[in-house]
Design a binder for this molecule. Structure first.
Ligand SMILES: *[C@@H]1O[C@H](CO)[C@@H](O)[C@H](O)[C@H]1NC(C)=O
Ligand SMILES: *[C@@H]1O[C@H](CO)[C@@H](O)[C@H](O)[C@H]1NC(C)=O
Ligand SMILES: *[C@@H]1O[C@H](CO)[C@@H](O)[C@H](O)[C@H]1NC(C)=O
Ligand SMILES: *[C@@H]1O[C@H](CO)[C@@H](O)[C@H](O)[C@H]1NC(C)=O
Ligand SMILES: *[C@@H]1O[C@H](CO)[C@@H](O)[C@H](O)[C@H]1NC(C)=O
Ligand SMILES: *[C@@H]1O[C@H](CO)[C@@H](O)[C@H](O)[C@H]1NC(C)=O
Ligand SMILES: *[C@@H]1O[C@H](CO)[C@@H](O)[C@H](O)[C@H]1NC(C)=O
Ligand SMILES: *[C@@H]1O[C@H](CO)[C@@H](O)[C@H](O)[C@H]1NC(C)=O
Ligand SMILES: *[C@@H]1O[C@H](CO)[C@@H](O)[C@H](O)[C@H]1NC(C)=O
Ligand SMILES: *[C@@H]1O[C@H](CO)[C@@H](O)[C@H](O)[C@H]1NC(C)=O
Ligand SMILES: *[C@@H]1O[C@H](CO)[C@@H](O)[C@H](O)[C@H]1NC(C)=O
Ligand SMILES: *[C@@H]1O[C@H](CO)[C@@H](O)[C@H](O)[C@H]1NC(C)=O
Length: 486
């Protein structure tokens, strides 16, 4: 959507696709930051259908355009074309967020957002099952591991002159959550493509990965041809590389959102990988899926807990059909031709923490939800279980005050370890929070002078963090315990 014009000149003078490296398994000087080390190799935790799940998310291409590309034709012949896959809202950032947290919290823009410690993510679910070191988030042009900035600009490797913004935070879903970004162990698992090259050379790729190509390779600033040529460069060789794609690998190639807001939000999606049952290769699956299905499918596969949000919504979170079969999960029967599909092209009308004009605090997840994996609902550290609804949303625009969701908590890993920078906004209490999260005790601080209070109190709480993992049987007892702590 933006800076297409900026790139047009460069594209005219350059080949449609300028390879960033010899191959995706080699480090490249066109990226800032050589890899310092590889991820530790961890024992493989077997899933019921697959042992590795890799999401690759592309941008801004019409659903109708992708099939005209020989590369997409080639890829769909090697996998399953998922013809009923939908984004959950508009624009980009809320769709990415949804894939990591099971909600977009009312978000309706692409601004800087940060979500408090009590927002749980897929990382909580994976780590609880010792799918250790599984949060391998590979962001093509991140300057260093754990980068939390809004974007990153470096030398334009296509035109060779000037600079270009290749990396954007809004396409990096897990870094948006403070429970990840404020936890060095987790934050440093956001690595760039030089790290990816080092990890694959060491045969140490994790079991769950989220791959975000840069703004030219994902098609955001370019064309379907450019995107296709990047896929030829990046994905073709990796599909043939056992260290990436073996007979237990499932790869999701999808788009964040449909370009035309006036239509429902169908996104062109292919499931790839040698872990797909052979008889399904080259077929089309019409089952209704949304971005929440990428969570529910992973939950079903490894028998994980859930986030108690969109990932447990029976309408929106069908499990990929063959994984549903392998795990005994019952999908809802909706297909792309059902007449009653929910409209997921709506934006700006949902109250929530990330809605500037209809703000609510983060509400507790649905603790009694039963997700596709059957495990417990994970509430983030410091969740106020009683805060399940909010009657009077706040209009920050009308108040002339910023939504606290835009407050930068200031997590900085440029030195290789966590330093809390004085926040660009309200908080002056930047000194020494515990690195691994703190309890948001200011849960009810929204009554009066709201600006930044939620974040400020978060930073001040140094101790008392509590892990709120609630098995179904013990739900009430655990809730009581948490409430007592708050
Ligand atoms: C958007 O999705 C609709 C289906 O809901 C599809 O017919 C249309 O081609 C898509 N439009 C674009 C621009 O991708
Ligand atoms: C897809 O591309 C790969 C790599 O170039 C090639 O080996 C394969 O034959 C192609 N498959 C189809 C169906 O075009
Ligand atoms: C490697 O470590 C150095 C020093 O801490 C840092 O400057 C560099 O950005 C790191 N590289 C990556 C890819 O993180
Ligand atoms: C990058 O961030 C700067 C500073 O916040 C902003 O002015 C610029 O518009 C951003 N560019 C992109 C492409 O996001
Ligand atoms: C290009 O970016 C580098 C840092 O990545 C910066 O040092 C330099 O000043 C920038 N040049 C221009 C012309 O903006
Ligand atoms: C998958 O690959 C492993 C290791 O190469 C092999 O032992 C196993 O038999 C293969 N399974 C199938 C179903 O092909
Ligand atoms: C969403 O899509 C539906 C069905 O295509 C359409 O009728 C509606 O106008 C769209 N809504 C918006 C807000 O564009
Ligand atoms: C599940 O999603 C549907 C479609 O968006 C929505 O109507 C319904 O209220 C959601 N259910 C729950 C329990 O949130
Ligand atoms: C799932 O199982 C049903 C019933 O056995 C079968 O009809 C269907 O083809 C299977 N679907 C997939 C995708 O494996
Ligand atoms: C919020 O306030 C702004 C400025 O007063 C106004 O334009 C907007 O309509 C309000 N939004 C809502 C949802 O009330
Ligand atoms: C989550 O944490 C924020 C920040 O501390 C707080 O404002 C909010 O009330 C909390 N929500 C719940 C459900 O705990
Ligand atoms: C939650 O709190 C516990 C106990 O202090 C801590 O060990 C854990 O790292 C925290 N989790 C997160 C995601 O911050």
């Amino acid at each position: 959507m933006l800076s297409t014009a900026v790139l047009t000149a460069a594209l005219a003078a350059a080949p449609a696709y300028a390879a960033v490296a010899q191959s995706p398994t080699q480090q490249s000087s066109t990226y800032t930051g050589k890899s310092n080390s590889t991820l530790p190799k961890s024992p493989v935790v077997a899933g019921k259908s697959f042992d590795r799940f890799i999401s690759i998310v592309l941008e801004n291409t019409d659903y109708a355009t992708s099939p005209s590309s020989p590369v997409f034709q080639n890829l769909s012949s090697q996998g399953v074309l998922m013809n009923g896959y939908y984004g959950v809202t508009h624009p980009s950032e809320p769709n990415y967020l949804a894939m990591a947290t099971g909600s977009f919290f009312g978000m309706h823009g692409d601004a800087f957002y940060a979500f408090p410690q009590n927002v749980s993510t897929v990382a909580d679910l994976l780590e609880a099952k010792n799918i250790s070191w599984a949060l391998g988030v590979s962001q093509e042009n991140m300057p260093y591991d754990g980068f939390t900035g809004f974007n990153y600009t470096e030398k334009n490797y296509i035109s060779g002159t000037g600079n270009y913004t290749y990396y954007v935070r809004k396409h990096n879903p897990t870094i948006l959550a403070d429970s990840v970004a404020g936890n060095p162990e987790r934050a440093l698992r956001h690595r760039n493509f030089n790290d990816f090259a080092a990890d694959i050379q060491a045969d140490a790729l994790p079991q769950w990965m989220f791959i975000t190509p840069n703004l030219v390779n994902d098609g955001h600033d370019t064309t379907i041809d450019f995107q296709s040529q990047w896929l030829e460069y990046f994905l073709y060789p990796l599909l043939a590389d056992e260290r990436f794609n073996n007979n237990r690998t499932l790869i999701l190639l999808t788009y964040d959102e449909n370009e035309t807001y006036e239509e429902n939000n169908q996104v062109y999606t292919i499931a790839l990988g040698k872990g797909i049952p052979k008889e399904l290769v080259g077929t089309t699956d019409n089952t209704y899926y949304t971005h929440y299905s990428s969570l529910s499918t992973v939950e079903a596969n490894w028998g994980l807990g859930s986030l108690g949000r969109g990932d447990t919504n029976k309408t929106l979170a069908n499990v990929y059909s063959w994984v549903a079969n392998a795990t005994g999960y019952q999908n809802n029967g909706l297909t792309n031709s059902s007449s009653n599909l929910p409209l997921t092209n709506l934006t700006g009308i949902f109250p929530g923490f990330a809605n500037d004009e209809m703000w609510t605090p983060i509400l507790a997840p649905n603790m009694s939800a039963i997700g596709a994996g059957g495990g417990p609902v994970f509430a983030g550290n410091g969740t106020n279980m009683q805060l399940t609804s909010w009657d009077q949303p706040i209009n920050w625009t009308a108040r002339g005050e910023p939504n606290p969701a835009h407050t930068d908590p200031g997590f900085d890993y440029s030195s290789g370890s966590l330093v809390i920078k004085p926040s660009a906004s309200s908080s002056s209490s930047a000194a020494g929070p515990s690195a691994t999260g703190s309890v948001g005790q200011g849960g009810n601080s929204q009554g009066g002078n709201q600006n930044g209070n939620a974040q400020g109190s978060n930073v001040q709480a140094k101790s008392g963090a509590v892990s709120v993992v609630v098995p179904f049987a013990g739900a009430l007892a655990a809730v009581a315990g948490v409430v007592a702590l708050l």
